[in-house]
Design a binder for this molecule. Structure first.
Ligand code: SF4
Length: 239
């Protein structure tokens, strides 16, 4: 068995275990390449795991288009969690539409309204949640475990692709003809909100295009926990 086949088998086993022992469980998908691997494994096996995405109101049209492509291929409707309209309106009115460029605090507040609060709503009432995070993605993810205790959300968090390489992800997607966000072919290995994501140059870190105006240690949006702490507490962390 190849190393990738072993990783696929391990990931399937993890997902089956989550469905069996951690129900109800949800998968927080950003609709990026890694998340399409997990969506494909979950939906082909018809595992009872809900899939949702945070529709921040600032996503690329290509990213939102993935919701339709998933519906077409798997007949599954990804659930969309949107920010509180009044909170968005208040932020924009007070600070402007793109205040996240002004300071880390402004960026964190925008992420809190558009991502963190909707995430908390999406996770409420579940025993576990799943992400497509990998250790190799960034300095803030090097200590990632497949299974973690997410104290902040009071549940177990699974990162079934923690030890997958980027090559593994793409080998899986191509071998299984899984649809993927077309932005990945345009220099976007990591995709977030449109105004906070840029294409990267060959040789740059895969997350260099996210919040590129901040330093690497701050690049988490508060959705994830590292070593038992919300990453954003450490400095000013992103998804
Ligand atoms: S990534 Fe940018 S636009 Fe999206 S929620 Fe965070 S600061 Fe706001």
């Amino acid at each position: 068995m190849s190393q990738l086949d072993q990783r696929i088998a391990d990931t399937r086993a993890t997902l089956e275990r989550i469905a069996r022992d951690f129900s109800p469980a949800v998968f927080a998908s950003s609709l990026a390449a890694e998340d399409m691997v997990l969506a494909d494994l979950i939906l082909r096996a018809r595992l009872p795991i809900r899939i949702f995405t945070l529709e921040t109101g600032r996503l690329h049209k290509e990213t939102l288009g993935m919701v339709d492509r998933i519906r077409e291929k798997y007949g599954y409707d990804v659930e969309l969690y949107k920010p509180d309209a009044a909170a968005v309106e208040g932020y924009v009115k007070a600070n402007g539409l793109n205040a996240f460029y002004d300071s880390v605090d402004m960026r964190k507040e925008c992420c809190r309204i558009r991502k963190v609060e909707p995430l908390n709503r999406a996770l409420a009432g579940n025993k576990a949640w799943i992400t497509g995070q990998r250790r190799a993605q960034s300095t803030t993810r090097s200590g990632l475990e497949v299974q973690e205790n997410d104290e902040a959300h009071g549940m177990t968090k699974f990162n079934p692709l923690a030890d997958w390489s980027e090559q593994d992800v793409w080998d899986y997607l191509r071998a299984n003809e899984v649809p993927y966000n077309p932005l990945h072919d345009k220099g976007y290995p990591s995709i977030g909100c449109e105004p906070c994501t840029r294409a990267i140059q060959p040789g740059e870190d895969v997350r260099a295009g996210r919040w590129w105006w901040e330093n690497p240690e701050t690049k988490e949006c508060g959705l994830h926990v590292v070593d038992g702490k919300l990453v954003r507490i450490k400095a000013v962390p992103a998804n």
